[in-house]
Design a protein around this ligand. Sequence first.
Ligand code: ARG
Length: 482
Amino acid sequence: MASTADMRPAKPATNPGAAAKPLWGGRFADAPSGELELFGASLPFDQRLWREDVAGSKAHAAMLAAQGIISQEDADSIEAGLDEIAGQIEAGTFSFDPSVDEDIHMAIERVLTERIGAAGGRLHTGRSRNDQVALDLHLACRGYAASLMDALDALCQTLVSRAEEHMGVVMPGYTHLQPAQPVLLSHHLLAYFWMFHRDFARAKAAHDAADSCPLGSAALAGTTYPLDRAATAAALGFSRVTPNSMDGVSNRDFAVDLIYACTLTQVHLSRLCEELVLWSSAEFGFVEMDDAHSTGSSIMPQKKNPDFAELVRGKTGRVMGDLVSILTILKGLPLTYGKDLQEDKEPVFDAIDTVLGSLHAVTGMVGTMTVNEGRMREASYEGYMAATDLADYLVGKGLPFREAHAIVGRIVADCVREGVSLQELTTDELTSYSALFDEGALDAIDIDRVVERRRTYGATGHEAVQTQIAEARTALSSQMRS
Ligand code: ARG
């Protein structure tokens, strides 16, 4: 662009709020006001990436020296300087200067250069903050995905252990939250096991998506320096290198994958917590949360509230919001880097922190809750849940299912009126509805027999659930990070 600006005398800084000149000061006569600087800064939240930033810089400097782009002495003093900085950040003694440090990358480079001089100024050779920040986020997301896998694995283990521990306990199964058919508690718990097992696969996919090194993409077009991209990728433990520099600096799909894995996990946790809240109510009375996972009331002495289950349920909205945020940041973003991308980090941090905290809480709740087996069994007699089996009994005697359904419907209506359960009826009472009933009918509606007869693969019968537990154990042992 033709401009006369170059010929103009340097304009004195007129902005009274303007801070010290940033790294790119050469091109600028003025700087944004303090307020605008704060608005544009990411340091308050991307400080968290210091470990990744230091690791990336060390790998980059070592490669620059190996390629003869900088001297070995410079690489050595960069490495020593970075180690010292890392030690200070870790110890909380590093002095960030919010008036000049826009982000963690600039803070570290500024202090490095102040300490080691010219060598510090050579670190950024062949690198841009665009590939630097992309690298940091790849490293962070890969680590978070591994933590998510570990936490999911712990919950999966707990669910299977409790399913084994309570094998044989019958409880009501619901549709529309109305008593439907009796099931084994183990079957109900294993339904959650499979959800979290699928979440594990999603976390692993997010891990693999992040496992690609964008360093060397530079600003967007690559660089003229003879970088060895494979060497930095290997030094940082990546299994591959991003194949396109433009995609390398603007891709955040791996962060979306991670947040999606977090979101669905959190949705599953929320469903489980909803059930724990219901089950621990006086009306259900199926479980009692242990004291360490409950809170009391400041006014009502009798209260024991399932606060943590409610909180997990309540936190689900924010994780879903994080997913919408990151998708919206990417939607319509032209290639390549846009400052919009600075907004990618907080949703990632918030989603992973929330889901890891929630997984920890729920694993504790499930592992320590007391199961009221007697109450579950009692409730299994309450909702006429053997009605389907009673109708099936008549079908076994040759009656068309529709007719059997109508007869049993009348029986249930009479039982409801008289306030008795199906199992309280005698054979004589049953035969007054249909001559096809005989003593075998009482066995057909015995609650344990009702469950036991469901033998198809994946059903709630004892044998099928034993098979399922064995499969869950096999699935658990294959739930490995790589
Ligand atoms: N703080 C920035 C971010 O988080 C670092 C990259 C800045 N790059 C740039 N060209 N402004 O995205």
